[in-house]
Design a protein around this ligand. Structure first.
Ligand code: ARG
Length: 458
């Protein structure tokens, strides 16, 4: 078996070595970016006068042929193809002869792999952003369509104060808006070309890394060759952004799971987005939401796994760095699938307004409003809190309606009874950013503008 590095070695590699070190099964995903990077490198070699125009042309033609073979499935991999980079170079050399053997001049797999992975990540982040934007559009549409429907807002999973359903949906929307910020930010930071760093120290040949960077559409070029080949911050950062996006999806998923229980009864899932039970005929299960929650564990694991891989690596390239790809591919695939499934789940589910309204209109929902009514009339808040708290306790202990106790209360009295009327409490949330109809109307416009601006930004 003839590897790329056979010159220095007597005999071929052990079977166990190849089995353990190959990355072809997963890094063939970088084929398109490897071809892009190689084309730019060849053009750089021609510009530098290191290879002739004719040689450059035959290597570029061979790269086109390889692309076609990979696309139509006629590319034949051989046992010595350690990774996609080796496989492509081997085939180019077979096709273009001595010109092909010049492709790797002034380049190492170390700067090549880093270049390919940055090109790949830059593009894939764009795909994630478009999927997040789609989910946000679903949240926005649903928030717009549910009008003034209210449900209890919770703290400690105990009913606290009613809010509009639109307010609750948009709360998730804003966290996804920050995810888009982070995705764009990570993409901006990784937009730096490592090509030309060589194995670790640059080259004696007159290469121009800045020109190659521009050719590849990178916004910048490395400042330090050691850093260029060993930096995987961009992978760790992407994994973090994807893990946090997963955490946000998982929180939304958890609420969908709760809301679709008989106990809550706030949400009905569409058949097409639910699963059944193999034994229990009556079941309709929220598997999309559960898997979104479950797969978030993997997203977090991919991040922590890579950080552990990186933490003790001396400069510059170490083979450990090959471990960057599988977690990245996995996290990207997982998030893209989860975003699509969750958007479909949310778009197709039915809100059960009656159950939400009944829960939102429980008389105790007005407790804070009763206390604040006393405050407006001059009672210190701590005293008001105690007065209303005592009324709620009596209502629960004695089974007397809170409205009767309010009417009979010397501090509150008949004027305050309207606060306990169904639907009133939520209208009292009037401050900016609050959960009542007036601020939510403003918020809907702001969120809609934010989504439109993000759509234009990417
Ligand atoms: N497949 C390797 C990777 O993904 C290629 C780099 C190998 N470089 C080396 N110096 N052995 O990182």
């Amino acid at each position: 078996m003839s590897t790329l590095w056979h010159g220095r070695f007597e005999g071929g590699p052990a079977e166990e070595l190849m089995a353990f070190t190959v990355s072809l099964p997963f890094d063939s995903r970088l084929a398109a970016d490897d071809l892009t990077g190689s084309r730019a490198h060849v053009r750089g070699l021609v510009r530098a006068g290191i290879i002739s125009d004719d040689e450059g042309k035959s290597v570029l033609d061979a790269l086109d042929a390889v692309e076609k073979e990979l696309r139509d499935g006629s590319f034949i991999f051989v046992a010595s193809d350690e990774d996609i980079h080796t496989a492509i170079e081997r085939r180019v050399t077979e096709l273009a002869g001595s010109a092909g053997a010049k492709l790797h001049t002034g380049r190492s797999r170390n700067d090549q792999v880093a270049t390919d992975l940055r090109l790949f990540t830059k593009r894939e982040i764009g795909t994630v952003i478009s999927k997040v934007l789609h989910l946000q559009q679903v949240l926005l549409d649903r928030a717009g369509e549910v009008g003034d429907a209210a449900l209890p807002g919770y703290t400690h999973m105990q009913r606290a104060q009613p809010v509009l359903l639109a307010h609750h949906l948009l709360a998730h929307g804003w966290s996804f808006a920050r995810d888009i910020d982070r995705l764009i930010d990570a993409r901006t930071r990784l937009d730096v070309s490592p090509l030309g760093a060589g194995a670790l120290a640059g080259s004696s040949l007159p290469l121009d890394p800045a020109a190659t960077a521009a050719d590849l559409g990178f916004a910048g070029v490395f400042a330090n060759s050691l850093d260029a080949v060993s930096d995987r911050d961009f992978v760790a950062e992407s994994l973090f952004v994807l893990a946090l996006l997963g955490v946000h999806l998982s929180r939304l998923a958890e609420e969908i799971i709760l809301w679709s229980t008989d106990e809550f009864g706030f949400l009905g899932l569409a058949d097409a987005y639910s699963t059944g039970s193999s034994m229990l005929p009556q079941k309709k299960n929220p598997d999309i939401a559960e898997l979104t929650r479950g797969k978030t564990g993997r997203l977090i694991g991919n991040l922590t796994g890579l950080l552990a891989t990186l933490k003790a690596l001396p400069l510059a390239y170490n083979r450990d760095l090959q471990e960057d790809k599988e977690p990245l591919f996995d996290s990207l695939d997982t998030v893209v699938l989860a975003l699509g499934a969750m958007a479909g789940l949310l778009a197709s589910s039915t809100f059960h307004f009656d159950a939400m309204t009944a829960a939102a209109n429980a008389p105790t929902a007005a407790a804070t409003d009763l206390a604040e009514w006393l405050v407006v009339n001059g009672t210190p808040f701590r005293d008001a809190h105690a007065i209303v708290g005592a009324l709620v306790r009596r209502s629960l202990d004695e089974g007397v309606a809170l409205r009767e106790l309010v009417a009979a209360s010397p501090e509150l009295g008949p004027d305050a009874v309207f606060l306990v009327d169904p639907g009133v409490a939520v209208t009292r949330r009037t401050t900016p950013g609050g959960g009542g109809p007036a601020p939510v109307a403003t918020q809907l416009k702001a969120f809609s503008a934010r989504v439109a601006a993000d759509q234009a930004r990417v």
